[in-house]
Design a protein around this ligand. Structure first.
Ligand code: GLN
Length: 308
């Protein structure tokens, strides 16, 4: 059939890209099979197409940040979230210890400082790691329409050497941005990053954002339309870290990358996109996944700023 054949040809064009390296700082990810390659599209009418290693599970890593932002908005309210987390691109690496000058807020919810803050707003400021983890797993499982799990091996690998994220946690506490125990906020954040998905899950999860928060398959409203719009907006400006400006100009749809090698893309009203391959560029974006998104955007005319 034409669409899976097309997706297979996209993968074959990306496959020769051999540069980059898997994330080195989480040993389980450093040992990833770098030949793995997958792509999926989930249309807002509920149709899903995929090719390559589309059943392979990998940890969401930073892609979880987009959805946990939506959950924080639901649990704490948009105003409380905006009081604590800005929505400006930082221009810095994802794990930078940085806060905005006057407000002391993290720049945005998609760098670690903002994501740890968003995590701390899930359920309630005094909730336990277990309560927050359960809330996030349940919400993400509804988006994926199957029960998702934490990859405990990935979690342990990152948690045993989490000094930089701990530093960010204590910086947030000192600045009065988080009120809970910083180590617990970081532990919960790393658990959230260790949730396993496939490209089909990710494309479907993105399609809910593209469909104003209504699940294209179940028809259920998962989040208010305003939350979906807020998430897609920060993804457009901040989703690819310090490569976000170039990404919007060249690929042209909202996206979020993760250090396991995945990119989740979203074109409002049209399609959720996911690509996966482990080798990353120096910013932490998968080189083959970037290439796949570029091909899809060019071939299917997915650039948001196209006027025809
Ligand atoms: N768990 C990772 C971290 O905090 C997520 C980073 C990422 O995917 N960019 O370092």
């Amino acid at each position: 059939s034409p669409i899976p054949d097309y997706l297979q040809s996209v993968l074959e064009k990306a496959r020769p890209i051999e540069e980059g390296a898997p994330a080195g700082y989480i040993d389980v990810l450093a040992r990833a099979d770098t030949s793995r390659l997958a792509v999926a599209l989930a249309m807002v009418d509920g149709n899903i197409y995929s090719a390559g290693d589309d059943e392979l599970e990998f940890s969401m890593q930073s892609i979880s940040k987009a959805f946990v932002y939506a959950i924080a908005i639901e649990d704490a309210g948009l105003k409380a979230v905006l009081d604590k987390i800005g929505m400006e691109p930082s221009g810095d690496a994802f794990n930078r210890l940085s806060l905005q000058k006057d407000s002391n807020r993290p720049f945005n919810p998609l760098i670690n400082a903002g994501a740890i803050t968003a995590h701390s707003l899930v359920v309630a400021p005094d909730a336990t790691v277990e309560q927050r983890t359960e809330r996030i797993l349940n919400a993400l499982s509804r988006l994926a329409e199957r029960e998702l799990h934490i990859d405990e091996e990935v979690f342990e690998a990152e948690w045993k050497d989490a000094n930089r994220n701990m530093g960010i946690g204590y910086m947030l506490k000192a600045a009065g941005i988080i009120t809970c125990n910083p180590a617990e906020a970081v532990r919960g954040y790393i658990r959230q990053c260790s949730i396993n998905v496939t490209v089909k899950d990710l494309a479907m999860m993105a399609s809910v954002l593209c469909n104003s928060g209504v699940h294209p398959i179940s028809g259920e409203r998962i989040m208010p339309a305003e939350s979906a719009r807020q998430v897609l907006s920060v993804m457009a400006t901040c989703g690819m870290y310090d490569g976000s400006g170039e990404w919007l100009a060249t690929v042209g749809f909202s996206a979020k990358s993760g250090v396991s090698g995945a990119i989740m893309g979203a074109l409002p009203g049209q399609v959720g996109i996911a690509a996966f391959s482990p080798k990353l560029d120096e910013r932490g974006n998968s080189l083959r996944s970037v290439d796949i998104c570029k091909q899809l955007s060019a071939d299917m005319g997915l650039h948001l700023m196209n006027s025809s």
